[in-house]
Design a protein around this ligand. Structure first.
Ligand SMILES: C[S@@+](CC[C@H](N)C(=O)[O-])C[C@H]1O[C@@H](n2cnc3c(N)ncnc32)[C@H](O)[C@@H]1O
Length: 285
């Protein structure tokens, strides 16, 4: 029978030995979730003895984490723009930098006074972009695409949880191939795979061994899918509408050079909190 303090110490040591970064933080996070409590509670109750059932559950979590599994897959969720999204190894874990795209769309909808924004999310994964925009912009009409049926299943689950399932048109498609050419949108958001397959071995174990390859890698040094979207989405965007794409480190120049300036005006590139060029913004001429 171990106290909270001893369990945490044991878990931290196991994670340290397995070379998990921020071992103590990881051990604490997993226990807080299991007990549904905060750090202050853990400190105040550090002499409490947990039931053997909870202690064993926690040790199984720590075992998984020690092998490199991301905490989000162990716990089954990730927060994005203040909401909880279910995640599993069929979907990418939503990243905070993708919130840049959300903030921009909300700002533009207000500035341009678009009453019923029509928004396309290509490569929806867990549905984080489509669902967040549906929640934040209650009059929006959203279409969300993915090439992975398993990802679409997770996105559906998240949309039900956030009560926007009926507001989103779900499409199983390779990029925008299955969309009717008569449809038009004010915004297309895309966080498509952008890692070069040659960088696979440089990725953190958490990413390389657990997140879906379909969500990570794209040919042509990671540029192929985003470049293809630049062309394929042209007929689907209203004149004056926007294409907003998340990109990888160092990809801005090559991508902007590939933009067809007859169709698009290059508006700006947003930087993430680390100062990395992260989100390309194009406007349809
Ligand atoms: C990087 S993840 C982004 C997921 C989510 N939008 C987010 O920001 O967390 C890319 C997603 O694109 C999907 N995808 C990959 N290739 C695709 C294609 N050719 N057409 C449509 N979706 C694709 C993957 O299945 C994956 O769900």
């Amino acid at each position: 029978m171990l106290s909270i303090k001893d369990l945490l110490a044991q878990a931290t040591e196991k994670l340290q030995k397995a070379n998990i970064k921020d071992a103590r933080h990881n051990a604490t996070l997993l226990l807080m979730d299991l007990l549904n409590c905060n750090k202050a509670y853990l400190l105040a109750h550090n002499k409490d003895i947990l039931s053997s059932e909870i202690a064993e559950h926690y040790q199984r979590f720590i075992e998984r984490r020690s092998k490199g599994e991301p905490p989000q897959y162990i716990l089954g969720y990730q927060e994005f723009y203040g909401r909880k999204f279910t995640v599993n190894p069929n979907v990418l874990i939503p990243r905070p930098e993708t919130e840049l795209m959300i903030e921009l769309v909300i700002k533009l909808v207000k500035e341009l006074n678009i009453l019923q924004p029509k928004i396309l999310d290509v490569g929806t994964g867990s549905g984080s972009i489509a669902i967040t925009l549906a929640c934040e912009l209650p009059l929006s009409q959203i279409t969300a695409i993915d090439i992975s049926p398993r990802a679409l299943k997770v996105a559906h689950e998240n949309a039900s949880k956030h009560q926007v399932i009926d507001r989103i048109n779900w499409v199983y498609s390779d990029l925008v191939k299955e969309l009717s050419s008569t449809e038009e949108f004010h915004f297309c958001c895309a966080n498509l795979p952008y890692i070069s397959p040659s960088e696979k071995n440089d990725l953190a174990k958490e990413v390389r061994d657990y997140e879906p390859e379909l969500a990570l890698f794209a040919p042509e040094e990671g540029l192929a899918l985003t470049k293809k979207l630049f062309n394929d989405v042209v007929p689907l965007i209203y004149s004056g509408g926007y294409l907003i794409c998340e990109i990888g480190f160092g990809q801005e120049k090559a991508l902007l050079e590939s933009v067809n300036l007859e169709s698009w005006q290059i508006e700006e590139t947003l930087k993430d909190l680390q100062g990395i060029a992260r989100t390309i913004v194009l406007r349809r001429k």
